[in-house]
Write a protein that binds this ligand. Structure first.
Ligand code: NAD
Ligand code: THR
Length: 378
């Protein structure tokens, strides 16, 4: 028997106080079957197809946990925080080769982990009851062109290690891909999921490797591999780690600091982008999605598209008329022109309900300045 606290309650418990799941938008995201939709319910709950499946992560004794590698970069901490809300703080273990601030350890489990050490990864998987890995360790595109051997090592060998461990222990494995997996022969507007993939960076080549090996391990070895091809991710409180799209973060901090920005891309280098909160929410949604809803293992996801000039004009409108941008294109311009201006993400929307909220440059600039001003006032 189940008891519900209130319509607005966040959580659902059984009569013996066992946690059954939590509500979001009136849908119960349950760790057990069935799922309910409060809004469409008449009696008082109506059955509906499960929105999330966490069976894979949580076994009957509730012990399986999620390991996030490379968790101290731009995306890891945000994804960990969001996932912890869904499945519990202690069920998400953040890891990185970097040493964390004390606040990271205060907010949940953290372990030091080098992705190039497969024995260390396996030890954590076995000792910590890991049922799934979110693999964020990477060297991004621009840094990868400066240190190609390091990028090959981390982006290919590191990826192979998590693939093999996922095969051995039958884990769910999420490895993000990137629009960087595309190349100059790919159509740059409305790029479909299935397109020519001939990238010209070590980073892009490693992403194609991860996508294809992930699909192979899925069909051949039953690994629940999943991947999203992210565009450039824009965040206010976590800094990007050496990508071609970093300008779209740096420009805000530079505007606040000095009212000017010297851009390493040309004024008309349009690229696909996404706000961090959408990236975090949608990644967690995809990670927890019922496997049956996924018709493919790799999906494009996109939200906004702009050129440096368009972004600068919006910053002038919303921040200061005095803001000035200059252009000094470097090697990153040659990478940018090989990547999509915007991707077609209709399959992600159809299959698992991908639905970003910030979809205009205007809204992005507004939310970025709100965040930066809030940080300044703290
Ligand atoms: N941020 C974006 O715009 C973006 C866009 C597309 C795809 N992605 C992908 O998303 C994932 C996360 O990206 P991010 O922006 O957080 O990257 P990031 O560069 O900010 O962070 C990567 C993390 O990997 C860690 N790392 C490096 N070497 C390691 C090693 N040997 N062992 C363990 N960890 C190691 C770094 O310390 C760093 O914290 C990556 O796969 C990236 O390719 C990111
Ligand atoms: C797009 C992406 O993968 C990353 N932001 C980079 O520029 O390398």
């Amino acid at each position: 028997m189940i008891s519900i606290l209130k319509n607005s309650a966040k959580s659902l418990y059984s009569s013996n106080s066992k946690y059954l799941g939590s509500f979001k938008n009136n849908i119960l995201y349950s760790t057990q079957k069935p799922c309910f939709n409060l809004q469409s319910s008449t009696t008082p709950f109506a059955f509906q197809e499960r929105a999330y499946s966490t069976d894979y992560i949580f076994n009957d004794s509730g012990k399986k946990r999620v390991l996030i590698t490379g968790g101290l970069g731009q995306l890891g901490y945000g994804v960990a925080s969001e996932l912890r809300k869904e499945i519990g703080t202690n069920n998400v273990i953040l890891s990185d080769i970097k040493v964390p601030d004390s606040s990271v350890k205060e907010n949940g489990p953290f372990v030091h982990l080098d992705i190039l050490d497969p024995e260390a990864i396996e030890k954590i998987v076995v000792n910590e009851d890991i049922g799934a890995i979110i693999h964020f360790s990477a060297v991004l595109s621009a840094l990868g062109e400066q240190f190609p051997q390091k990028a090959l090592d981390i982006n290919i060998n590191g990826t192979q290690h998590v693939l093999d461990i996922s095969k051995k222990h039958q884990l769910r494995l999420l490895i993000p891909s990137s629009m960087g997996a595309f190349g100059p022969s790919t159509v740059r507007q409305n790029t479909p999921d299935l397109a020519i993939m001939r990238p010209k960076t070590v980073y892009g080549i490693a992403k194609v490797y991860a996508e294809l090996m992930g699909e192979y391990y899925n069909s051949k070895h039953g690994v629940d591999f999943r991947s999203l091809r992210y565009p450039g991710i824009i965040s206010a409180d976590s800094l990007p780690g050496g990508g071609t799209t970093d300008y779209a973060v740096d420009i805000f901090h530079s505007a606040v600091k000095s009212n000017k920005y010297n851009c390493y891309l040309k004024n008309d280098a349009g690229l696909a982008m996404m706000y961090i909160d959408d990236c975090v929410t949608e990644t967690v949604k995809f990670f927890l999605a019922d496997n049956n809803t996924l018709k493919q293992r790799v999906y494009n996801v996109d939200a906004i598209s702009f050129t440096p000039e368009e972004l600068a004009n919006e910053i002038k409108k919303q921040w200061s008329e005095k803001f000035e941008i200059t252009y000094a294109p470097d090697f990153r311009q040659n990478i940018a022109i090989t990547w999509p201006e915007y991707m077609n993400d209709s399959k992600a929307r159809e299959d698992w309900g991908y639905n970003p909220k910030i979809v205009s440059t205007k809204d992005l600039v507004s939310v970025m300045f709100q965040k930066i001003n809030k940080q300044k006032s703290l």
